[in-house]
Ligand binder design. Structure first.
Ligand SMILES: Nc1nc2c(ncn2[C@@H]2O[C@H](COP(=O)(O)OP(=O)(O)O)[C@@H](O)[C@H]2O)c(=O)[nH]1
Ligand SMILES: [Mg+2]
Length: 251
């Protein structure tokens, strides 16, 4: 029997994390729910525990990348076969978790499936701010070019991985603004990824890490990370005897 973990990163999400936990219990009951409290200064930990989640608390605010990686390490150490990331702010709909799982079951060659808000369901899907949409379009173009497949939502953190993905992310995960780089990492390690359309909800409480003033920093940091990532050594070979992809792609 497979085992499943929902990794819920949460930083000051006391207003939304309990309903995320309860919706996961209701709509994805096979998934154990692990909330990673990223050094919140509000009642996130207590609220998540009271809702029935296991909670790991980081010693202080380490950022979304470390938070998620702590979840993958937990998944690795505890032998989980599948892990899904579901944000603690309520933007990812726990009712869509099964669709991600069904996709991985139906496509055993795919190691990571991402819920995209820009594939097909655009009309109902949640729309981000204009500057964020511009960034997403830009990175989607660059990533599609590098990976040779269509990427539409490179900043989506709503994704599920199989055991190979868990092993990769537990060992190595980008730090801040990690989603774009994570897509590249998966490709560089010759794991296979895909996107399926999902609806996402707008954030109704708390604060997004990507506000207007940080958008420029985000764009610069992620662009640099993409270029540096192309030339990074990939010492671990993941699949068969093929060497990992280093700088073979051209933008
Ligand atoms: N803003 C922020 N969110 C964090 C941090 N660590 C973990 N998170 C969680 O990461 C998830 C995604 O963050 P969010 O700011 O909503 O990103 P966005 O949805 O891409 O705008 C949320 O569930 C946050 O609670 C952090 O240091 N800052
Ligand atoms: Mg969010």
């Amino acid at each position: 029997m497979s085992s499943h973990l929902a990794i819920v990163p949460a930083y000051n999400e006391e207003a939304s994390v309990a309903s995320v936990v309860r919706e996961l219990q209701r709509h994805a009951p096979e998934f154990d729910v692990l909330v990673i409290d990223d050094g919140s200064t509000d009642a996130t930990r207590d609220v998540a525990r009271a809702a029935g989640a296991r909670v790991v608390r980081l010693p202080f605010n380490l950022g979304i990348g470390c938070t998620v990686q702590a979840g993958y390490q937990f998944a690795l150490e505890n032998g989980y076969d599948y892990a899904v990331q579901v944000d603690g702010d309520g933007q990812h709909d726990p009712r869509e978790v099964y669709r991600l799982l069904e996709y991985l079951h139906a496509h055993p060659d795919i190691d990571m499936v991402t819920g995209s808000r820009f594939r097909e369901l655009c009309e109902d899907g949640h729309r981000s701010t204009a500057s964020r949409r511009l960034g997403i379009r830009l990175f989607a173009g660059v990533l599609s070019r590098i990976t040779g497949q269509r990427v539409t939502d490179p900043t989506s953190g709503f994704r599920m991985t199989n055991r190979r993905g868990i092993e990769l992310f537990a060992r190595d995960y980008p730090h801040d603004y990690p989603e774009v780089e994570a897509v590249l990492m998966v490709h560089a390690h010759r794991l296979k990824s895909a996107e399926i359309p999902v609806t996402m909800r707008p954030r109704t409480t708390g604060v997004s890490s990507i506000n207007a003033s940080r958008s420029a920093y985000y764009m610069l940091k992620v662009t640099l990370a993409i270029f540096v990532g192309l030339f990074r050594e990939r010492p671990v070979i993941e699949r068969g005897d093929e060497p990992p992809v280093a700088a073979e792609a051209s933008i």
